[in-house]
Ligand binder design. Structure first.
Ligand SMILES: [Cu+2]
Length: 342
């Protein structure tokens, strides 16, 4: 009786573990409408923060994909997105979309091609042009209202905080460019022009395919009890609809605030933020610091060599370790004093 019970329990445990594992591996992080101002159709996935910068007269093409940015999982776009751009002076231009296909990976990890869209516009004003997109997905029961800023011109910090008038909208308090890893992004969420209190806000970073696979594997190894908690971070809006979140890595970030459900579709506002590497560059700072220490080490070494040489030539009555230590100690003091003066 006991034996059989044990066996049944074991089988049940294995089954349960299997189910848990399967659901862990394919458990979805958040779907997002990815709007990337990449260089070309072939390099849509190689988007960098610099792609969000334009020169006057540039033609910018934005590529729209549907999927999980963190894991680099793609889905077909199920409807045609509506795309417009608000220029720095407030004029709005509706853009024409063209259907394209992009290479990607499906949710089972298989390569495939996916329906996506693109649209182009000319950057004809200095300042910030806000590209805004509405996309409906019946499958995921979501309507996305996405915003993303193309910045043009030195100190032309004009337009990034504009309220477009989308049904669901994020209006940033933090200028969404010139941000470094570790900076905090803050904003307010609106629905129908009113503050959206107590709303879930999901925060997720985009990865290229290889990086996505690698980081998902690492998360599954390190946090087997809940890997997606590392993919999709969650915060909430306060009573005034405001939120804040630290974007701790360089790359392209997605922030999505969940509004009410209308006709079965949750109305979500999304803001896409490019984040730069730490500035000044880390390598330079790190390389500069130990230079003094290296110099000190080599000086002590040459002194030690000299003392050793003396020792062998004298044969007896050598200065010994006490003297070496005293000289080294003196050098360290000199170094520290010099350093302090800097
Ligand atoms: Cu999803």
């Amino acid at each position: 009786m006991m034996k059989r019970r044990k066996k049944v329990t074991t089988i049940a445990t294995i089954l349960l573990a299997g189910i848990l594992l399967a659901s862990t591996v394919w458990m979805a992080s958040a779907h997002f409408t990815m709007v990337f101002p990449s260089d070309s159709e072939d390099t849509v996935w190689d988007v960098t923060p610099e792609d969000y910068i334009a020169e006057l007269g540039d033609t910018k093409t934005v590529y729209m994909m549907w999927g999980h940015p963190y894991e680099h999982i793609s889905f077909d776009m199920a409807s045609v997105p509506e795309v417009s751009v608000m220029k720095p002076d407030g004029t709005v231009e509706q853009l024409t979309t063209t259907q394209i296909t992009v290479d990607g990976m499906d949710e089972e990890g298989n390569p495939g091609t996916f329906v996506a869209y693109k649209a182009s516009f000319t950057v004809d004003q200095m300042g910030d042009s806000i590209v805004f997109v509405k996309y409906e997905d019946e499958d995921q029961k979501l309507t996305d209202y996405v915003k993303m800023v193309i910045h043009c011109g030195v100190e032309a910090w004009e337009g990034w905080d504009a309220e477009i008038g989308q049904k669901a909208e994020i209006v940033p308090f933090t200028r969404p460019y010139g941000l470094e890893e570790g900076f905090v992004f803050t904003g307010t969420t609106l629905y129908d022009g009113n503050a959206l209190p107590d709303a879930d806000v999901e925060v997720e970073m985009y990865h290229t395919l290889d990086l996505g696979k690698e980081v998902v594997e690492t998360a599954e190894t390190m946090f087997p009890y809940d890997p997606p908690m590392m993919f999709t971070r969650v915060t909430k809006t306060n009573a005034a609809g405001e939120f804040a979140y630290t974007l701790d890595e360089p790359g392209i970030w997605f922030v999505g605030a969940y509004g009410p459900e209308i006709g079965g579709l949750t109305q979500r506002s999304v803001f896409i933020i490019p984040v730069l590497d730490a500035f000044p560059p880390k390598e330079e700072a790190e390389a500069a610091a130990p230079a003094g220490l290296e110099e000190l080490k080599s000086r002590v070494k040459s002194l030690e060599d000299k003392v050793a040489a003396l020792k062998t030539s004298a044969g007896k009555g050598a200065p010994g370790f006490g003297a070496i230590a005293a000289i080294a100690g003196l050098l360290i003091v000199v170094y520290l004093v010099k350093r302090r003066k800097r």
